[in-house]
Design a protein around this ligand. Structure first.
Ligand code: GAF
Length: 393
């Protein structure tokens, strides 16, 4: 069976209860949420100025809280993956000096967002964070926390409300305070996600085209491998550097500007690893363009074929898959009615995404459960809205 997950309103109710427990009777004044994401295709292309096709999920991070007088911040978090709520206190620097990252590490995302908030300085506050996005599961729990927090700060002290700069500020928070040199995809779709649509994002122009994805005959299944290999953190910056090296040898600003002909012409000047990394990126950008076109036409078989090509390329050329993700994709592809399946996100564990006919969902889940050597978790999902303010009544 697929896991059920709470609606945002249920998370708000839970967060309000916790707020009451921790801070006394006083009710919070503000409630917001921001979603995690699943990327349908276009992997490791965002930091190459390429194209990506993610959608926002109904799995969200909720923040409730209130402004206080003074400069003190108290944040309490309870996620479904942690046994006990965690609490952190710090003081906002009155002289504008930076808020340094430290422990606990989850608070660094919040500190980073405060640091890069576009209407600083902000007042002190109390807040509770609750999330249904699985932590470290490749569904952008960190971007959903950053974007939810930014949205919370907007209620305390509004900025200009511009959405793309908001996503960019949250990306900066991840760079400076979590030490992850991520691209823009996760924060962008968490801010700008649209219900019933995937977003074709051009990571160079930062323009997004919504692609309709609401068909009652189609299911989007996320399968969490429930493994995360330690390589994930260290290999991501290595991949970025390899891409930058390839672009520089090809004489391009980024791999977005390179063609397969450019790459083949320069093959004898590239070592094998650099060649394969660049080939993945160049072909994946082209696959993403084709996949978005296929989706617009409802050509799900064609879309699914591109998903599998993407997975194989991530496995063989980009080398960011792992045994568990490969097993999940192979198992899914054995089921009649499955259009396509691939790893999603940074890789080395986390989740796969599978597109299938609605009437094939039960047999697909059963088959994957039988074939996978680990214990998977399944989510049947729909494309959802980006960050938003929620009702407290
Ligand atoms: C992670 C990063 F945060 C994204 O920016 C993106 O590069 C992705 O890995 C790979 O496509 O989620």
């Amino acid at each position: 069976m697929a896991s059920s997950f709470p609606e945002a309103a249920e998370l708000v109710a839970e967060a309000r209860r916790l707020y009451g427990q921790v801070f006394g009777e006083e009710a919070p004044r503000v409630a917001v949420c921001a979603p995690g994401r699943v990327n349908l295709i276009g992997e490791h292309t965002d930091y190459n100025q390429g194209l990506v096709l993610p959608m926002a999920l109904p799995l969200v991070t909720v923040v409730v809280g209130s402004q206080t007088s003074g400069q003190d911040v108290t944040i309490v978090t309870a996620t479904k993956d942690a046994d006990e709520p965690h609490r952190v206190n710090f003081r906002l620097p009155s002289d504008g000096s930076p808020l340094s990252p430290g422990l606990p590490s989850w608070a660094n995302y919040v500190k980073g967002v405060i640091q890069h908030y576009r209407a600083s300085p902000i007042p002190g506050f109390r807040a509770v964070i609750i999330s249904s996005v699985p932590l470290g599961g490749g569904l952008s729990s960190s971007a959903s926390l950053e974007v939810a927090f930014y949205t919370f700060l907007q209620q305390l002290k509004p900025d200009d409300g511009e959405k793309v700069p908001k996503a960019l500020a949250c990306q900066q928070a991840e760079h400076t305070h979590a030490g992850v040199p991520c691209g823009i995809m996760d924060q962008f779709v968490s801010v700008l996600g649209r219900e019933g649509h995937a977003l074709l994002i051009d990571c160079r122009s930062l323009e997004a085209t919504p692609v309709p994805l609401a068909d009652s005959d189609l299911v989007i299944l996320i399968t969490n491998s429930n493994v995360k290999h330690s390589l994930a953190g260290s290999e991501y910056p290595v991949r970025r550097q390899q891409c930058e090296k390839a672009a520089s040898i090809l004489g391009k600003d980024s791999l977005r500007d390179a063609t397969m002909k450019n790459l083949e012409d320069a093959k004898d000047r590239l070592d094998d690893v650099t060649y394969r990394r660049a080939r993945h990126v160049i072909e994946e950008i082209e696959r993403t363009v084709q996949a978005a076109e296929a989706l617009k036409r409802g050509a799900y078989k064609e879309f699914g074929k591109l998903m599998v090509e993407s997975h194989n390329s991530l496995r063989d050329l980009y080398e960011v898959s792992c045994r568990e993700l490969d097993e999940l994709v192979s198992a899914a592809m054995e089921v009649e009615g499955v259009f396509g399946s691939r790893m999603t996100g940074g890789g080395f564990g986390g989740c796969t995404v599978t597109l299938l006919q609605a009437n094939a969902i039960d047999r697909t889940i059963l088959h994957i459960q039988e074939r996978y050597s680990g214990t998977p978790t399944f989510y049947v999902t729909t494309p959802s809205e980006g960050a938003r303010v929620l009702s407290l009544s």
